[in-house]
Write a protein that binds this ligand. Sequence first.
Ligand SMILES: [Zn+2]
Length: 70
Amino acid sequence: MGTGPELEVEVRRIQPYQARKSYVCPGCNQDIGIGIGHVVVVPLTAPDLRRHWHRPCWAHRDRRRPGRNS
Ligand SMILES: [Zn+2]
């Protein structure tokens, strides 16, 4: 997966009917509401650190991440 130093992760799709809680998306710091389909990103080596993301935020995460202007 890519050439960066990114952790290996498993991405699981959450369907709208599975979204029974709201979460804060780390990509945009907005809520992911109940009933919104999204993704869960689970680091393979640290499953406790799973995060819930909006699908488009996850897809475009590289653009949103600051500090990559080398
Ligand atoms: Zn988001």
